[in-house]
Design a protein around this ligand. Structure first.
Ligand code: SAM
Length: 255
């Protein structure tokens, strides 16, 4: 999330005149600190505080409320409505799908409000990861192992160090697996009410707008165009790289 704080999230919040933010999964509070640079913003953090004691960190900041606990419990009792919600907590289908369903059922996001999601691309777009697997009902948990992830390979590998300390789903893809799958499943059920796009950089940033029934969404449209443009640039770069590699590799039969 931090990667996008200055480039997308802060300017988007400013342009949309958002004030009340909820951050699910704050870790050490690095993205929180960035958002607090905006004077008009107040933040409710939801996190079991597995990485840091966020209550202690923000004890003197009256713009921050820390709700220590897991999202699916706290979202049931949190009071108020938010302009913007950042979702970067437990990276699995069950949690993200139910976070969205609870936000929708309880009306926690204002119309015209936006939800940002980190990790909608590789490695967790199509693969679950569990911080606390014991909290996920058996029928929704994928078989998982503490083994590393390899790009382009569904199976985990004990030779890969990539996130090998985390509980990663043993296979990539398929139903009810991964953060992007969760967002898409929710979106399909609420198509007329929301709009969605994502940036591909830095493991992906999803942007879900709750449309307000009027024109609205000017900021959303601007950033949607930015994402399309950066995707196009990435594709051009890949094509350029491909042709450069063809040029530099010796052709068969030519000495
Ligand atoms: C990837 S880190 C968040 C990074 C943070 N957004 C940033 O930009 O620096 C994930 C965080 O989610 C928290 N977490 C894990 N399970 C959670 C859950 N069920 N509800 C809320 N937060 C959770 C962890 O404690 C951890 O702090």
């Amino acid at each position: 999330m931090l990667f996008f704080a200055d480039t997308v999230i802060k300017p988007y919040i400013t342009a949309s005149r958002y004030r009340r933010v909820c951050e699910i999964g704050a870790s050490f509070g690095l993205t929180t600190d960035k958002l607090l640079e905006l004077d008009s913003v107040s933040i409710d953090i939801i996190d079991p505080c597995l990485d840091a004691d966020l209550r202690m960190k923000y004890r003197d900041d009256e713009r921050v409320r820390v709700h220590q606990g897991v999202s699916l419990e706290v979202l049931q009792r949190i009071v108020g409505t938010f302009d913007c919600i950042l979702i970067d907590g437990d990276h699995n289908w069950y949690t993200v799908y139910n976070e969205l369903s609870t936000i929708e059922e309880r009306g926690l996001l204002k119309r015209g409000g936006t939800i940002f999601f980190h990790d909608v691309c590789w490695p967790y777009g199509r693969r679950d990861m569990y911080y606390q697997p014991e909290l996920i009902p058996e029928e929704f948990i994928q078989p998982f192992k503490r083994e590393g992830i390899v790009r382009g390979q569904s199976e985990l590998s004990d030779a890969s160090p990539f996130n090998s300390d985390l509980c990663n789903a043993a296979h990539e893809g398929g139903p009810r697996n991964g953060v992007l799958t969760a967002v898409e499943d929710f979106y399909k059920e609420h198509r007329g009410k929301y709009k969605f796009f994502h940036f591909e950089e830095e493991h992906g940033l999803g942007v879900l707008l709750k449309t307000d029934g009027t024109v609205g969404g000017i900021t959303y449209r601007k950033y949607h165009l930015m994402a399309k443009y950066s995707r196009l640039l990435r594709r051009l770069k890949r094509v350029k790289g491909y042709y450069a590699s063809l040029k530099s590799s010796p052709r068969k039969g030519v000495k």
